[in-house]
Design a protein around this ligand. Structure first.
Ligand code: SAM
Length: 213
């Protein structure tokens, strides 16, 4: 699995396919977070969420992990261009989250934007369990992802879109997942409950804040 190949074109392709909807989903609930101090962003991509997070919460200290070196380079470059004084707040880590060995830090915010959908039904609960173990007893979890609405035209459109997306990312990034798995069960099992939710594109894209307290 590698997003290196697609990284330089990622933003343009996203714009062609979804306009501004995915960036709105990443940032819609930012203002509702409880002023995070220690943040873990997993699978950040090209830095568009990272820069917005630091604009709103300049005091946050962030560990930003991505398995793609090219994505991380783009994220670093974007931050250098838009908010160079914030560079010292971010620790960029090129690693596979499954193998990464965390330190003793407990994060009060975990962010997984369009990331959990990269994992299959076996790996997803393991990844969520690992991230939950790194989060504090009162932490929040911000998650944006695709979603298949329960019925109607939106469901048909969602199924068609998600199937196409998986075919595309399996081809260009060799992701192991073949279908969308709802992370709710695993999040619940680690003591998180859903606090807020916003949806876009008729419910095909959602963003949620989950909290543990
Ligand atoms: C679909 S992209 C999403 C990027 C970005 N978060 C967004 O909102 O568009 C998934 C990102 O997760 C990274 N990724 C996928 N599997 C990973 C893993 N096991 N460990 C760390 N990063 C991973 C990829 O390199 C890629 O940057």
């Amino acid at each position: 699995m590698s997003f290196d190949f697609i990284a330089p074109a990622y933003r343009v392709l996203e714009g062609i396919a979804f306009g501004s909807a995915l960036q709105r989903a990443r940032t819609e609930l930012l203002r509702n977070l409880r002023s995070p101090q220690r943040v873990l962003i997993v699978g950040e991509g090209d830095g568009r969420f990272l820069t917005e997070l630091l604009q709103r919460y300049p005091g946050a200290k962030i560990d930003c992990i991505d398995a793609s070196e090219r994505m991380l380079k783009l994220a670093r470059k974007r931050l250098l261009r838009t908010n160079p004084s914030a560079l010292g707040n971010v620790n960029f880590i090129c690693a596979d989250i499954v193998r990464w060995e965390p330190g003793s830090v407990r994060y009060d915010l975990i962010v997984t934007n369009f990331f959990l959908d990269c994992f299959n039904a076996v790996a997803l609960p393991v990844v969520i369990g690992k991230l939950a173990a790194m989060s504090s007893s009162h932490s929040q979890w911000l998650v944006a992802d695709f979603h298949i609405p329960p019925s109607g035209f939106a469901r048909m459109a969602g199924c068609a879109l998600v199937t196409t997306m998986y075919a595309f990312f399996r081809l260009v990034a060799r992701i192991p997942a073949t279908r969308l798995i709802d992370p709710a069960l695993a999040l619940h099992s680690h003591g998180f409950r859903q606090d807020e939710r916003a949806s876009f594109l008729g419910g095909i894209v959602v963003t949620e804040i989950w909290s543990r307290d």
